[in-house]
Design a protein around this ligand. Sequence first.
Ligand code: MG
Length: 297
Amino acid sequence: MSEHVTIVEVGPRDGLQARKDPVATAARIGLVEHLRRAGARRIEVGAFVAPDRVPRMADTAEVMAAVGSRERDGDMVLVANRRGLDQAMENGARAIAVFTAASDAFAEKNIGRAVAASLERFSPLVTAAREAGVFVRGYISTITDCPYSGEVPPGDVAPVARALFEMGCDEIALGETLGKATPRRIAAVVGAVARHVPLDALAAHFHDTYGMGIANVAEALRLGIRTVDAAAGGLGGCPFAPGASGNVATEDVLFMLEGEGYTTDLSLEQLLDAVAFIEHDMDIRPTSRVYKARRGG
Ligand code: MG
């Protein structure tokens, strides 16, 4: 099995979209540039979604132009509907992501329709993107727990993953949204999904709310997943919603991967420079242990 792990850096989109305070376009551009310098080849640079609902992503076209996304297969943008896909393609996106959930309650609250209806809606978008040669990721949120309906059984996740894969998604990102699952439950859901989707088409997308992020990434690797989502500085969550914690920090993941003998495209020292940019230039406090240990005051 390959010992190379691909990190998908989700900080510029997933990490910043829920922030209450505005984030300057120049800061978002600077973050992407720092991440590139650190070696990140796959970066979620923004989203084409309703600007009234997600104002932090309203400048995505500007960010894409500034960071040269047209020339980058690894720059991905999230889209919510046909209009979003059109905007992504007009701006030269070579990779897009669509998002649904394993829980109807979560899907209804966040995208306004139940899971099955969301899949029906995405299918033509996935087809159109693939016909244009655009890479497509399908996100599944709430793979173990839903904030509204509680525990989600693995048997609810597998058919969603299968449907996304069969409609043409190149990759399925398994999102453990609440960050409260432990490795045993990650193993159960990955096992159920892997019966329908090859492991090399899966990505682990975990959060650190209960401090389980790194343990769960390690479990995903043990199971054979080789694509891991992470956000520099542990960006994510909402600073005004207690308990809503960030994505697993890229530098924490990288530190673990290096120690365990995996190869990646990233340099830890340069990644820590990106996190320092987040702290000093973006005025956002990083949450990661590795950053604190290496650069913290
Ligand atoms: Mg996330």
